[in-house]
Write a protein that binds this ligand. Structure first.
Ligand SMILES: [Zn+2]
Length: 259
């Protein structure tokens, strides 16, 4: 059983070297109020549709009509249109075909959610491979601009959400899993899972902490497993601080444009 690694959910993202870099780049765009929300953002705004703790996924701006693609091998559990759910618009909900070990060490199936499409390209029960188009992007449902709302939940084999009462209807922040994707996509584990070269060390720091490795950190992590680094770094306040800085940066940009 593998560690959970989420493939990017938009085809255009592939043009970027790193997925978390792409998410960061979102903050350079001015594309409307609820297009680039991170997990937990805008509590007051989302109360309008019954989300008491704020945004339940990661929004990703894109042009209309971009392929929205599967992040993990799955089966199609739900396929919505705006008649069924006016808030969600057109969307697809997938459940992984096998269980994974999550970054917190728990073992569970994976539910991924893709909202606001122009139309869906799959049907209930279809098996979809990683990278397979699920729909075309748009702004249907509770949305003010073209984007994909990507959601992530733990679930059982049948797709029943496991921690539904966590304040986000079971959703968890997908961002750390994209950082994990960056790490593995950089092939730093292809030969050895140890941080035993300057290059690997540099890439790991860049993917998770978004900075160069300092001498002290390098000495500590040298020859240790990259996945241990990943787990530890995610728990550190530094990682949380980066997420916060991204949010503040976004706020400042919005403010600057209003002045
Ligand atoms: Zn959203």
């Amino acid at each position: 059983m593998g560690q959970l690694k989420l493939y990017p959910c938009l085809e255009e993202v592939l043009a970027f070297h790193s997925y978390s870099e792409k998410v960061d780049a979102l903050y350079k765009f001015d594309r409307g109020i609820n297009k680039d929300n991170m997990f937990g953002d805008n509590v007051e705004y989302y109360k309008q549709i019954g989300l008491q703790n704020g945004h339940t996924g990661q929004d990703i701006s894109c042009q209309r009509g971009v392929n929205v693609i599967a992040s993990i091998k799955s089966w199609v559990r739900e396929e919505h249109d705006d008649i069924q759910d006016i808030n969600a618009g057109y969307g697809v909900v997938l459940v992984s075909t096998e269980p994974y070990i999550w970054l917190d060490g728990e073992e569970a199936y994976v539910k991924t959610i893709y909202w606001h499409n122009y139309k869906n390209l799959v049907e209930l029960g279809d098996i979809v491979e990683v990278g397979q188009p699920l729909g075309l992007s748009d702004s249907t449902g509770f949305s003010t601009g073209d984007h994909v709302h990507f959601g992530l939940k733990k679930c059982d084999k049948d797709g029943n959400t496991l921690n539904h009462g966590n304040g986000y209807f079971g959703a968890v922040n997908p961002y750390p899993y994209w950082a994990y994707w960056d790490l593995t996509n950089m092939h730093i584990c292809s030969e050895s899972c140890k941080l035993d070269t300057d290059k690997k060390m540099g890439l790991a720091y860049q993917a998770v902490l978004k900075r160069k490795s300092d001498e002290e950190g390098k000495k500590f992590w040298w020859d240790k497993c990259v996945f241990t680094f990943m787990d530890e770094a995610m728990k550190q306040t530094e990682y949380m601080r980066i997420t916060r800085i991204l949010q503040i940066g976004k706020f400042v940009l919005q403010l600057a444009k209003k002045l």
